[in-house]
Ligand binder design. Structure first.
Ligand code: G3I
Ligand code: 9MR
Ligand code: ZN
Length: 508
């Protein structure tokens, strides 16, 4: 498809720009009616604009002026676009499906999910690595296309969903119940005696790609604790204490004991898979940002100056996970600590957020596709993109800026088809949606669970399918909708969660 646009559609007042290959100088927009299609706009395309990430140049067609509800398509002398709608609710039930995904990822209970229904999986006790001790850590969501359950990405997911619930003008009432399922599991991942938090639980290796979860019957292992897991855990439990008032004391005490454990284990080496365990590593040599986030959340939840001192003495970190968590601390401090804040830190945090947004906006301004990825498309590039949109929307909650909202909206357009490969990156949504995600239940049943966000282009070609199919491709095009491509076509709970946040805040 040469004409790239959001394959679902636009709200009447949205900015509407299609991206075209150079060559045509004019475009025409048609409205579909019962009597056939009717031309509603003729326009001139822009001069070519360079796009380094796809090693090419493109032209833009602006049809923002069309505001009437209806079904449309765009045409140039050399081609026709996919159909799209203009409507107050152009995305239909996308937001619901993005949230429903978490139910399909449930572990330890039977899942009632149509074709993908299954009986309870991974219910046995898990062995604490290299001990004789067995522990119940059932529950929680499978992380991604695999069946591992990892505390670090779980924390990002929970934080995104809770923030979405809190900041949306129109929150979905089921979010709190949905998220509680993951929190209950995370609580089981804490060692009550020491406050330590285990990094993850999984089998020794990834199982076959076409295996349903209840058939993965290998022994479960609980990997050693890590500072990253404990810091994230403390942060998220302290955050959660504000959402579940009846559980407040319990959540805060879990958070405090994890924080204390971190403080007395600061010399620990970063988590690395121990011998024999080959599932997701989520290795992150830097734990100070997790501690910074935990201190911020604990300060907000308790008002205890001990945590405030910790923030004041820390460097200011940024990032929206899974690796770099600082922006959660910044956003939370700016949103919730104003009355008890330290003026200097408050100002520094505000400046840091402004700089971050400035950087995202500068990258956004340079891309004809409306993304902010520049030329860097790493594993999970769609998460980087969604995190950038989320950063802008968080900043917009602190100080209104319509440009930030518009950029976040353009990031959604990118995810839904306005990108160099004309791909909607969500399963089941868009005219060319992801059909073959690297997701075991979808592979097992031969059909993709709807509402899952794929990782997106991955320029380092970290799997053999990409190496074969995308060798020599420019960064923005290193994507293959094949089940074998875990580096570009896996799905993950923490790729859905920032997209959910963006949809909830844009009220889409
Ligand atoms: O941190 C570097 C950064 O400094 C550098 O500039 C950039 C560009 O090369 O790369 C960054 O590292 C990337 C790293 O993630 C952190 O973002 C690596 O390239 C990238 O390969 C690595 O990918 C991770 C992948 O596991 C492989 O380890 C993904 O973020 C992570 O989402 C993914 O997670 C897997 C789990 O292990 C298992 N479950 C499925 C899940 C999703 O695929
Ligand atoms: O299927 C696994 C996927 O869920 C993980 O994200 C990925 C992380 O490296 O690994 C995938 O498993 C592959 C393994 O690493 C190498 N052999 C092929 C496996 C299935 O494609
Ligand atoms: Zn399971």
């Amino acid at each position: 498809m040469k004409i790239k646009l959001n394959q679902l559609g636009y709200r009447p007042g949205d900015k509407k720009i299609a991206v075209l290959s150079p060559g045509d100088s004019e475009f025409e927009v048609f409205r579909q009616t019962a009597a056939g299609s009717q031309s509603v706009l003729c326009g001139k395309v822009s001069a070519p604009v360079g796009h380094a990430a796809s090693k090419g140049s493109v032209c833009l067609a602006d049809f923002t002026g069309i505001t009437e509800r209806g079904e449309y398509f765009l045409k140039t002398p050399s081609g026709e676009s996919y159909g799209f709608i203009i409507d107050e609710n152009p995305y239909g039930n996308l937001r619901r499906a993005i949230l429903e995904m978490f139910n399909y990822q449930k572990c330890g209970v039977s899942v009632n999910g149509g074709l993908w229904s299954h009986s309870a999986c991974h219910t046995g006790l898990a062995a604490i690595y290299e001990t004789e001790i067995k522990k119940d850590v059932s529950g929680g969501w499978h992380d991604a296309g695999d069946y591992g359950r990892y505390v670090v990405p779980a924390a990002k997911t929970v934080a995104d969903l809770l923030l979405a619930y809190e900041l949306s003008k129109n929150p979905d009432s089921e979010v709190l119940d949905t998220v509680w399922f993951e929190i209950e599991w995370m609580l089981k991942m804490q060692d009550e005696a020491t406050g330590a938090v285990y990094h993850k639980v999984s089998c020794k290796s990834f199982c076959a790609l076409d295996m349903m979860p209840e058939d993965e019957n290998g022994e479960l292992f609980i990997a050693p604790p890590s500072l990253n897991a404990a810091g994230d855990f403390a942060a998220v439990m302290a955050m959660a204490s504000r959402f579940y008032p009846e559980k407040k004391e319990m959540l805060l005490s879990a958070a405090k004991s994890a924080f204390l454990w971190c403080e007395s284990n600061l010399n620990m080496t970063p988590y690395k898979n121990p011998a024999g365990i080959r599932t997701g590593g989520y290795t992150d040599p830097q734990f100070q940002d997790e501690i910074f986030w935990a201190a911020a959340e604990l300060f907000i939840a308790t008002g205890d100056e001990k945590y405030h001192t910790c923030i004041k003495e820390s460097e200011i970190f940024t990032g929206l996970g899974w690796r770099d968590m600082g922006t959660y601390a910044i956003a939370e401090y700016l949103l919730h600590a104003e009355s008890i804040a330290d003026e200097k830190i408050y100002g520094q945090m505000k400046d840091t957020l402004k700089l971050l947004c400035g950087d995202i906006m500068q990258k956004y301004g340079k891309s004809p596709y409306g993304d902010s990825l520049e030329e860097t498309y790493i594993w999970g590039s769609n998460m980087v993109l969604a995190n950038n949109a989320m950063t802008l929307l968080l900043a917009n909650e602190i100080e209104r800026n319509p440009e930030y909202t518009e950029a976040a909206q353009e990031h959604m357009n990118y995810l839904l088809g306005k990108n160099a490969i004309s791909q909607s990156f969500v399963t089941g949504f868009g005219k060319k949606s992801v059909k073959n995600p690297h997701h075991r239940p979808s592979v097992a049943k031969g059909e993709a669970v709807p509402g899952m966000v794929a990782g997106g282009p991955e320029m380092h070609l970290h799997d053999s399918a990409l190496k074969e199919l995308c060798a020599g491709f420019p960064p923005a095009k290193c994507y293959a909708d094949v089940k074998e491509s875990c580096a570009s076509n896996e799905i993950a709970i923490y790729w859905n969660s920032p997209v959910y946040f963006v949809l909830a805040l844009l009220d889409l």
